[in-house]
Ligand binder design. Structure first.
Ligand code: 13P
Length: 338
């Protein structure tokens, strides 16, 4: 199979108007924080049990088209010995993998960050493919301050995303390109729109320079919202400014935009996604979700590491996923929250 056929096949399954993507790719450090919030020890066994719980939920494949896994999970198995990527695939959920190696400060650009992990990426991808992964994710992070992101920060981060995406496509793996503009701070919505516009513009410029085929990638952006410490915006305001900014910067060739939740509460993220999808006929891309926290928080809180809570946790996960699928149709209402 040619790399193009391989990627087309993956895109055809991932860009599904009825389903979204589950981000379950928290690094060992990040999952430890999420677990600690609800009193769970981050042992390898707990991480395996928790991710098994998500992937084995009966009917998960009705709402989830793909799952982004962490490297550790790719090599783990369910209680009956089924490798977790295989368990996902059997549910109709395509396994993917986070391939970046985390972030640190960007020298020369105080306040900006840069993500590591390009060295040896092509070789690692061959191993991940053999383990069942068909798509990947790489995240660059942009804090907003009065001075950030800097011009250097914008260019360096865009370059990383483009180089990563080009390597993935060269071996037939679909890249999810994730430029996350952080929600931390008290910035206005207008400032968030300005920064996201700069970020998306620079990312698509770099993707073009590196010859990345836009038809075979997915964009995973932040929504345009005010900073976390500023007054909240309505879903209609978020949708309006997010779409205006996306239209200015994201080519129509991109098949799908799957938003991250970035610290929004589960119902806030769903309401905003729903508002974005009120304008279905006016956007060239499918607008879906690739949430981690906003999809998993209710399930993690219900589980708390106790096997007796697995059915309740799976129920909470499936319900959140169902509401987000309704939001992809623009058919979610706040009154559906229990
Ligand atoms: P959140 O939805 O919690 O922002 O996570 C998405 C993600 O994949 C972060 O890299």
């Amino acid at each position: 199979m040619s790399v193009i056929t391989e990627m087309q096949d993956t895109i055809d399954q991932l860009i599904d108007y009825r389903r979204g993507i589950l981000a379950a790719d928290e690094s060992t450090g990040t999952i430890a924080k999420r677990f600690a919030d609800v009193g769970i020890d981050s042992t390898e066994e707990n991480r395996r049990a928790y991710r098994t719980l998500l992937l084995s939920a009966e009917g998960a494949g009705d709402a989830i088209a793909g799952v982004i896994l962490y490297e550790e999970t790719l090599g783990q198995a369910a209680d009956d010995g089924t490798p977790l990527p295989e368990l996902a695939a059997a549910r109709g959920i395509i396994p993917g993998i986070k391939v970046d190696k985390g972030k640190g400060p960007l020298p020369g650009a105080p306040g900006d960050m840069i993500t590591y992990g390009l060295d040896g990426l092509a070789e690692r991808l061959e191993t991940y493919k053999a383990q069942g992964a068909r798509f990947t994710k790489w995240r660059e992070v942009y804090p907003i301050t009065d001075h950030n992101p800097t011009r250097l920060g914008l260019e360096a981060n865009a370059e990383m995303l483009a180089r990563y995406a080009a390597v993935c496509q060269s071996v037939g793996v679909v890249p999810i390109v994730e430029p996350e503009v952080l929600i931390d701070g008290d910035h206005s919505m207008a400032r968030s729109a300005t920064v996201n516009e700069q970020v998306w513009h620079s990312v698509f410029h770099a993707l073009h320079q590196h010859g990345v085929l836009l038809e075979y990638m997915i964009l995973k952006p932040s929504m345009v919202t005010p900073g976390k410490s500023a007054a909240r915006a309505t879903p209609a305001q978020v949708a309006e400014l997010t779409l205006q900014t996306l239209r200015r910067t994201v080519p129509a060739a991109v098949p799908g935009i799957n938003f991250l939740s970035g610290g929004q509460s589960p119902d806030e993220a769903t309401a905003n996604l729903n508002a974005l999808n009120q304008f279905h006929d006016k956007t060239p891309w499918q607008l879906g979700f690739s949430f981690a926290r906003a999809l998993q928080e209710p399930a993690m809180s219900a589980w708390r590491g106790d096997p007796a809570n697995v059915p309740a946790a799976q129920g909470a996960f499936l319900e959140r996923a169902r509401l987000n699928c309704l939001a992809m149709q623009g058919e979610y209402q706040a009154s559906m929250e229990t």
